[in-house]
Write a protein that binds this ligand. Structure first.
Ligand code: DGT
Ligand code: CA
Ligand code: CA
Ligand code: ZN
Length: 581
């Protein structure tokens, strides 16, 4: 029987599961990567994959990163809801092992080690092993890792609950918002909560609506495409679980308290508590319905009005974490946060010359369409072999192609760059002459993630001190929910970066967002310049910059702190070619 309704998200989820199980089985990295890329391609499609399949035998194969093999798997999912390989993998994977992957920071390799060496069969078992101090006895696990595992389990992972990447949640939030805005009689629809604050992951979505048509709103929401279960339903509120597992809460508010509701449900809780204290001291009460003096409503229609009533200017949601924003607001020194529109170009991306999916010209055209003034192409150096890194001759040949392309392009300038691997001892993976010939040199770590902090820091600082280096890419190497960052003294790294005129990246890939908000803020406070790089591996990913901008905003980052907010002529003065040492 044909099962209708396998969505793009379903296909992506099954492919990701297959990739995880293949990784647990110690399979070939190329094969694993193929499923990860396939998942991403399907998730990023702007039409249902079922519709592509319906166009005929070859239509699926024509998608980027989808070969004959994955095309067949997609057809099987559309027809049966799964595919035989996945069923086989699930069967052959030892019970309890996939559960360990739910622990943030535990990747397949480490999960396997815990399973094989310590006999850990469940999250509860892992907690016992960690508490008994057995985890630290494994190679690559220190006391610090053990503590991190315990903290992660305590943080809700034991319940099997995983937070969703904000970028992924956006792909569910945005269509829902559109659908609700289209309901006749609806005035405003906003996503509040951690999503609005720009957190890298969200526990659930909180959608607020105002307008006349309450019943119609609740009805449209609970019957929206993608809703798997209605968890609660009332006259002015509802909650659903989507097929992707994401929970969405809806509240319909009266217009006179929309601002108060938006403010309250945006949070964070810690911020709200602090502001409530300020209100109380002024003899006011603040809640989701408004600001009250006694029983009299004194403000509620807009956030500005609500904050003004307690003597504060409007505070950008990204800052509302009770990290000093209230004092800054009161003293009139809130930062003027960087925006996506401030960015003039992008300083990290990959092409088919290494592990990108689109070629040089396609990447350039896409960057041009975004209105960028420049795009640095930064393919991998040779030692990152899994990704098909390029050698020195390859970079020279690419430079000639870039020069030719620049002669044809209109407003955009392509900068010849590289993402050069930092070797185990802190040397770089390309020779000095090749590095000197590049416009932009990004350096980053792709191996030996487990060195002790002192050694890792020495390695990174040594790499930063090479005179050809411009940018330290994804400085901690963390992958959200999968791999903790390397042990690194970020203070020492920021100091070295400042000394050598090296910029630190806020990598905008949704699962990296590295530096994170707190580290970005610390770096900027030290006077270090940041860049926000998409690290795009396909033309569509150039748009990832927005996630990097949101992370930077959470780190109090202003336009003047960001290298790629500069026009090209001024940026060039910061790059190694014209920098003095
Ligand atoms: P999440 O969903 O875990 O990513 O984080 P949030 O911040 O979206 O939290 P959520 O969905 O539980 O609640 C949304 C907002 O509602 C939260 O940021 C602040 C507000 N809120 C929820 N419960 C309370 C509470 O008990 N007290 C106060 N003051 N605010 C609350
Ligand atoms: Ca939430
Ligand atoms: Ca919620
Ligand atoms: Zn990289």
């Amino acid at each position: 029987m044909r099962r209708p309704g396998a969505t793009n998200a379903d296909v992506a989820r099954l492919f990701l599961e297959a990739a995880e199980l293949l990784e647990l089985a110690g399979e070939n990295p190329f094969r694993i990567r193929a499923y990860q890329q396939g998942a991403r391609t399907v998730e990023e499609l702007d039409e249902p994959v079922a519709r592509v399949a319906a166009r005929g035998a070859k239509a699926l194969d024509a998608l980027p990163g989808i070969g004959e093999d994955l095309a067949e798997k997609i057809r099987q999912v559309l027809a049966t809801g799964s595919f035989p390989l996945l069923a086989r993998l699930r069967k052959q994977t030892p019970k309890g092992l996939p559960e360990l992957l739910k622990v943030p920071g535990l990747g397949p390799k480490r999960a396997r080690l815990l399973y094989d060496e310590l006999g850990v069969r469940s999250v509860a078992g892992l907690a016992r092993a960690a508490k008994a101090g057995r985890v630290r006895t494994l190679p690559g696990f220190g006391a610090k890792t053990e503590a991190a595992i315990l903290a992660a389990i305590g943080g809700g992972a034991a319940a099997g609950e995983k937070r969703m990447l904000r970028a992924r949640a956006a792909s569910y939030a945005e269509p829902l918002v559109e659908l609700l805005r289209a309901v006749p009689g609806v005035d405003r629809v906003e996503v509040a909560g951690s999503f609005r604050r720009g957190r890298e992951t969200v526990g659930d979505l909180d959608i607020l609506v105002t307008g006349r048509a309450r019943a119609a709103v609740v009805e449209a929401f609970t019957s929206a495409p993608g809703v798997a279960r209605v968890l609660a339903r009332g006259a002015t509120r509802a909650a659903v679980r989507l097929g992707s597992g994401l929970q969405v809460d809806l509240r319909v508010l009266a217009p006179e308290s929309f601002g108060a509701g938006l403010y309250y449900f945006t949070g964070s809780k810690a911020h709200n508590v602090a502001v409530r204290g300020i209100a109380r001291a002024a003899g006011l009460k603040i809640n989701e319905y408004g600001v009250f003096r006694g029983k009299t409503l004194v403000a509620g229609r807009t956030e500005e009005e609500v904050l003004a009533a307690v003597g504060l200017p409007w505070i950008p949601p990204e800052l509302r974490e009770d990290r000093g924003e209230i004092a800054a607001a009161r003293e009139g020194r809130l930062p003027d946060l960087v925006t996506l529109r401030d960015l003039r170009g992008d300083l990290q991306c990959h092409t088919t010359d290494s592990d990108g999916r689109d070629d040089l010209e396609a990447m350039a055209r896409a960057a041009e369409a975004l209105g960028h003034q420049y795009l640095a192409v930064t393919d991998h150096s040779p030692s990152v072999r899994v990704t098909g890194g390029m050698d020195a001759a390859g970079f020279r040949a690419q430079r000639r192609r870039i020069d030719k392309l620049n002669a044809k392009l209109g407003k955009l300038t392509v900068l010849a760059g590289a993402e050069v691997d930092i070797l185990a001892d802190g040397r770089l993976d390309l020779d000095d002459a090749t590095l000197a010939g590049l416009d932009v040199v990004v350096i980053s770590i792709h191996s030996r993630f487990n060195l002790p902090e002192a050694e890792q820091t020495r390695r990174v600082v040594r790499a930063i001190s090479h005179p050809a280096v411009d940018i330290l890419g994804h400085p901690t190497g963390r992958i959200i929910g999968r791999r903790a960052g390397i042990a690194l003294d970020l203070d020492a790294v920021a100091r070295a970066a400042g000394d050598h005129g090296v910029m630190l990246e806020v990598n905008a890939q949704p699962e990296r967002l590295d530096l994170d908000d707190i580290a970005a803020r610390a770096a900027v406070e030290r006077g270090v310049r940041l860049v926000i790089g998409s690290d795009a591996h396909a033309a569509a990913e150039l748009g990832f910059l927005r996630w990097g901008v949101d992370q930077a905003r959470r780190g109090w980052v202003e336009k003047q702190d960001v290298g790629n907010a500069l026009p090209l002529a001024r940026l060039r003065k910061l790059l190694h070619g014209s920098r003095k040492h």
